[in-house]
Design a protein around this ligand. Structure first.
Ligand SMILES: Cc1cc2nc3c(=O)[nH]c(=O)nc-3n(C[C@H](O)[C@H](O)[C@H](O)COP(=O)(O)OP(=O)(O)OC[C@H]3O[C@@H](n4cnc5c(N)ncnc54)[C@H](O)[C@@H]3O)c2cc1C
Length: 397
């Protein structure tokens, strides 16, 4: 039996595994990370590579090591120096540097040895032990931390789903099997979405292919450095948030998020490269599409648009992540949920005795930054506080 089983090996699961493996009295061999992918951080790596992200939106202090300045230090080492690249404002690291640093943290802390490659299917309690049935071995742990993320639920409009089932060439940039290189050969591509992922994907595809790329968004391209106001990272916004009831927190979170926006450097790049004739922007609502002339005809509020293929960059579905696994867990342990379906976890991120959550599953406690890298760091502080390691929680870990 182990002390901690972390379900999900993304940014949240990997960071928190490292934190828990370093607790006084704990130990590396007391932690496991359950994730079906070949390596940790697979979903992050795939999604950020597919959309051609060059720089992170968040600052270098938002990284997956315990010391907050670790990424800066890494950038000065022999390993990091060749990839050291930051852009203003807030010293945001290149994706390459972030990635290399993350791999370095995993290697130095031997986190890959904690990885059990399987999917959690159900949890039940036997006395003080939680038994986790997976697609692989059955695991026994004292405590479980749910770190599932949104990564497995790309948002598909229903018309796109219907057409896809009939064989149309439509894919979502966040689909597990999506590879951008497979989408370079069409003459006419529509990229649907108006946020950073859509714009970067359209620019990248246009640079890599000879065809015409049409970006279709229901709003004008708009600038915002972050996808939420940074005051949500600290007490300035969070303190009043904690005083509100859970049902009000959902509204607050939804209002605080700024979806479909672009940092200034991406907007500037778009303005430059979209001067050419192979990259076009239309502001319109896409209401549906039909198969036509070997391709697709999109029905938009600005008239029809013809395409050979459509790439959806429409983000993630907002429903509670975890599907049937979390549904079963809620039943088995009679877990509390808000009317929006999301867990009601306490200030220690505990959903039930010995069952904890982070990321979107804990957003009614972590607030609007829950889904981001800094949300994992904040989750670490909540967890340490609950486990009685306050000193570590306030020491920047
Ligand atoms: C393109 C892109 C760019 C982003 N850029 C930034 C940025 O610059 N800064 C920032 O702060 N945030 C950014 N984000 C947001 C956020 O940091 C990432 O989405 C991040 O990957 C979230 O990590 P996570 O661990 O919550 O989830 P995920 O990366 O989705 O990882 C969760 C893991 O859990 C696994 N899992 C799910 N169900 C089970 C199960 N039943 N059993 C076992 N494993 C399971 C999944 O397979 C997955 O591997 C970005 C997001 C995207 C998509």
């Amino acid at each position: 039996m182990i002390e901690w089983l972390i379900i999900g090996g993304g940014i949240h699961g990997t960071y928190l595994a490292n934190l828990l493996a370093h607790l006084p009295g704990g130990g590396h061999d007391q932690v496991r990370i359950l994730d079906p992918h070949e390596t940790l951080l697979s979903v992050w790596q795939r999604n950020t590579a597919n959309c051609g992200m060059a720089f992170l939106r968040s600052p270098a202090t938002h990284n997956i090591d315990r010391p907050i300045l670790s990424l800066y230090r890494f950038a000065k080492t022999r390993q990091g120096r060749p990839h050291a690249a930051f852009i203003p404002p807030y010293n945001r690291p290149s994706r390459e540097l972030f990635q290399r640093h993350a791999q370095h943290v995993i290697a130095v802390n031997r986190l890959d040895r904690l990885h059990v490659r399987a999917r959690a299917q159900s949890i039940r309690r036997e006395g003080r032990i939680l038994i986790v049935e997976t697609s692989g071995p059955t695991l026994r742990a004292r405590r479980v931390l749910l770190a599932l993320g949104m990564g497995e639920q790309p948002c598909w409009p229903s018309w796109a789903h219907r057409l896809k089932r009939r064989g149309a060439r439509i894919g979502h940039i966040f689909d597990p099997g999506f590879e951008r290189r497979d989408w370079r050969h069409a003459e006419r591509t529509v990229v649907l979405g108006g946020g950073i992922t859509a714009v970067q994907t359209a620019m990248k595809l246009s640079a890599e292919s000879a065809g015409h790329v049409h970006l279709l968004a229901r709003h004008a391209l708009r600038e915002s450095q972050f996808d939420f106001n940074p005051c949500w990272i600290g007490p300035k916004c969070l303190r009043p948030f904690y005083r509100t009831r859970y049902d009000q927190r959902r509204t607050t979170i939804d209002q605080a998020r700024i979806p479909g926006s672009l940092p200034i450097e991406v907007l500037q790049e778009w303005r430059q490269v979209s001067q050419g004739s192979r990259l076009q922007f239309t502001e319109a609502e896409c209401r549906g599409a039909v198969a036509a002339d070997g391709g697709l005809r999109l029905d938009t509020s600005n008239g029809p648009i013809e395409a050979d293929q459509v790439i959806l960059a429409t983000g993630f579905h907002n429903r509670r992540p975890g599907g049937a696994f979390i549904d079963r867990l809620i039943q088995e342990f009679a877990l509390r949920c808000n009317p929006c379906g999301y867990p009601i976890v306490d200030t220690d991120l505990r959903w039930a005795e010995d069952i904890y959550a982070t990321g979107p599953l804990a957003e009614l406690q972590l607030g609007p930054c829950a889904r981001n890298i800094v949300g994992a760091r904040n989750a670490g502080r909540h967890l340490l506080h609950g486990l009685g390691f306050d000193r570590l929680a306030h020491a920047g870990q």
